[in-house]
Design a protein around this ligand. Structure first.
Ligand SMILES: *[C@@H]1O[C@H](CO)[C@@H](O)[C@H](O)[C@H]1NC(C)=O
Ligand SMILES: *[C@@H]1O[C@H](CO)[C@@H](O)[C@H](O)[C@H]1NC(C)=O
Ligand SMILES: *[C@@H]1O[C@H](CO)[C@@H](O)[C@H](O)[C@H]1NC(C)=O
Length: 661
């Protein structure tokens, strides 16, 4: 049985109609580099566009002295600010001799002498991103000569930025809506780097404009998926919400770059730095230290250094399987969420982020990440290991911190072995049985060894006759991790296996719109699986449907049902990144009189500029437990009752609901 939740949030077949246009771009970078995500150090986050020789020497030396190099941190990249404003008469770029008195040949030699890789920075526009006077010339239309120059200096990596690049707009500093795709300019540099015959790790840095996940893997070893990381904790959620729909584009040789690390820059608390490092690591982002490790004035705080040196976490990043973790589940009102991904040796890594401002105890239900039992659990930041953990793991999580777990020796979700159950006389009690949704409609299979006769079996008080070695029974479970199933018989069961529920789908087309909301038809093949969606959901416009319960509930009170929300959101925070942009849209779902708010990440998996649906017609799935369901008719209203409190008046667009009855 496949893990219950693997790839649940984004079901690949929904997106299989999207044509990946790699083939139309001429060069294909196949340089054998970055088989695991690149690791290193870069000057920008701490020194901005003011690096110099002293700074680079002392930080490169510190990578070695602090033991970071032996853990894999390899590349030392000098970011913006290294150049002279203009090209030399013969057309080449030149280092700024005031900042680099010994020159770039010598700098490369020094870095190489430490056994490290030498990274250089340039820009795919007419000048680099360095602001203020004098402006610094970029590489646009000089790709060949610049790649040759970098190669002659012994450079091993190029980080390639995208300022001053949009010709149609007169080359402004940044243009988030260029009329020409950036991919052509990046392709020209890829070709130029290949022509040097020197292997260059190529880091594409165009901040996610034109959904580079579709074209950058062919051209570079990593691509920046989002606008810059900023010195504020909310930047972490903003970046994560943008990468939700593209984690599966990462793989050996081509990684999603969440931007350089702020660990050690005295911006985040230690738990926040742990969250930052954990998520960057398990999403297989390049791990590029952006702190002053050591210079005349600064050395990295010990606690931050310990985070950067955590060998388990580095191991998750560098894991040989090379599969990024993905978003699994968010409890919006409760303020926490779970990401998880597979590791080699059949392990799973799980990160639960505490988004609230207080420390508290939080629980990972293993079935949310496809697991029922972990023979071993490593709780990284609490420094605890446990064995034979059934169904869930609870621990303290600091404010804004992360519970990072490595689960090993796994039993797949839904399978309960009798060896983990409690036996009393003829009764076997399976404890910690997980219910995703509250339902009478589960089906379970009990297996027994060598039964040749008709045997009477009692399951949770109901009698059955077993013929053969397996028995299928209906089962009622609540949406908790602590149901029990009692099996009484003269022979003992071997295992209990619970079949996952199927959802019943209610398309947006069957809902009634009111106020500002509006049903629109999507381009062929988009807004899967409906082909249309309801937009302009707001405090004054909703979509409603009366949904009869398909069977009589045994419980008299209201119950909780798990629901998949099919939604579209491509409200990307570009210009708003530094202020308030979150890459989320709210949505509220009211069941009878119970309203639940969800904060939905981006779902766009195509170009926000040039694709037919502009990424606003790519469906994402978001699972949530909704309270308030009753027997008979359920009045379901989809909207955004809190309006502007969610920053954006409009909700994400609504494609449909899958209800796990
Ligand atoms: C171009 O001129 C610069 C500055 O004079 C010099 O350092 C460089 O070696 C020259 N490059 C070539 C390819 O001749
Ligand atoms: C490099 O910058 C540091 C910090 O601003 C300064 O102390 C040092 O003198 C500079 N070195 C060079 C070679 O410019
Ligand atoms: C790529 O390089 C070619 C050849 O130099 C040039 O004609 C073309 O304009 C360049 N493309 C872009 C998008 O810069």
């Amino acid at each position: 049985m496949p893990p219950r939740f693997s790839f649940k949030q984004f079901i690949l077949p929904f997106f299989s109609l999207i044509n990946i246009s790699h083939e139309t771009l001429s060069p294909r970078l196949d340089n054998g580099l970055a088989i695991t995500p690149p690791m290193g150090w870069n000057s920008y986050n701490h020194y901005s566009c003011a690096p110099n020789e002293t700074i680079i020497h002392s930080n490169a030396q510190a990578l070695v002295n602090l033991g970071l190099q032996t853990l894999g941190y390899h590349y030392v990249t000098v970011d913006c600010g290294w150049t002279l404003p203009n090209r030399a008469e013969n057309g080449t770029l030149t280092w700024n001799p005031a900042r680099f008195p010994s020159g770039y040949f010598a700098l490369g030699d020094f870095i190489h002498s430490l056994g490290l890789g030498f990274g250089v920075y340039q820009d795919a526009g007419i000048q680099t991103c360095m602001t203020g006077e004098p402006t610094q010339v970029g590489s646009l239309f000089h790709e060949d000569i610049d790649a040759e120059t970098f190669a002659s200096w012994g450079a091993d990596l190029l980080k390639y930025d995208d300022c001053y690049s949009e010709a149609a707009a007169g080359y402004p500093n940044v243009d988030y809506t260029p009329v020409v795709s950036p991919s052509g300019r990046y392709a020209n540099m890829t070709a130029a780097l290949l022509a040097t015959k020197r292997p260059f790790l190529f880091q594409i840095c165009n901040w996610g404009v034109d959904f580079p996940a579709l074209w950058a893997p062919a051209l570079g070893n990593s691509w920046r998926a989002t606008n810059d990381i900023i010195p504020a904790y909310r930047t972490i959620s903003r970046i994560l919400n943008q990468v939700v729909p593209q984690t599966d584009f990462a793989g050996p040789g081509h990684w999603v770059d969440l931007d350089m690390l702020e660990v050690g820059n005295d911006i985040f608390t230690i738990p926040e730095e742990q969250t930052h490092f954990s998520l960057w690591a398990i999403l297989k982002s390049p791990l590029v230290i952006g702190a002053a490790l050591k210079d005349t004035y600064t050395s990295i705080p010990t606690a931050s250094l310990a985070i950067l040196k955590n060998q388990d976490v580095i191991g998750y990043n560098q894991d040989s399987l090379g599969v990024s973790a993905s978003f699994r589940r968010r409890w919006t009102e409760e303020g926490y969420e779970i990401w998880a991904g597979p590791l080699s040796e059949s392990r799973v890594v799980v990160a639960l982020i505490n988004l609230q401002d207080e420390a508290r105890s939080l629980t990972v239900d293993f079935p949310d990440v496809g697991v029922q039992k972990a023979g071993s659990v490593k709780d990284i930041w609490n420094g605890v290991t446990s064995s034979n953990v059934l169904t869930s793991y609870t621990a303290n999580v600091a404010a804004h911190g992360t519970l990072l777990l490595e689960l090993g020796e796994l039993v797949t979700a839904g399978i309960y072995n009798a060896s983990d159950a409690v036996k009393t006389g003829q009764t076997t009690t399976f404890e910690k049985v997980f219910g995703l949704t509250t339902s009478q409609n589960y089906s379970a299979v009990l297996t027994f060894a060598n039964n040749k006769d008709s045997t009477s079996i009692v399951v949770n008080g109901k009698g059955y006759t077993l013929e053969g070695s397996s028995l299928t029974v209906p089962l009622g479970l609540n949406a908790t991790n602590s149901n029990t199933v009692n099996v009484t018989s003269s022979i003992s069961p071997n295992s209990l296996s619970i079949t996952p529920q199927n959802a019943t789908f209610y398309p947006s087309t069957s809902f009634t719109t009111s106020g500002s909301s509006d049903l629109t038809t999507c381009y062929t093949g988009l807004c899967q699986p409906v082909g249309s969606k309801i937009g302009y959901l707001s405090a004054t416009g909703s979509a409603s449907l009366s949904i009869p319960a398909p069977y009589k509930f045994s419980s008299a009170s209201t119950v909780s049902k798990y629901v998949d929300i099919y939604f579209c959101n491509n409200d990307i925070a570009f210009a708003t990144s530094w202020d308030y942009g979150t890459n989320t849209r709210n949505m509220t779902i009211t069941v009878n009189s119970v309203t639940t708010r969800v904060e939905l990440p981006l779902s766009g998996r195509s170009s926000e500029l040039f694709s037919p649906g502009l990424g606003w017609e790519d469906t994402g799935l978001f699972g949530v437990l909704l309270d308030g369901w009753t027997d008979g008719n359920n009045e379901v209203v989809v909207g955004n009752v809190y309006g502007n409190e969610g920053l954006v008046n409009y909700a994400a667009d609504f494609v449909g609901l899958g209800i796990y009855w």
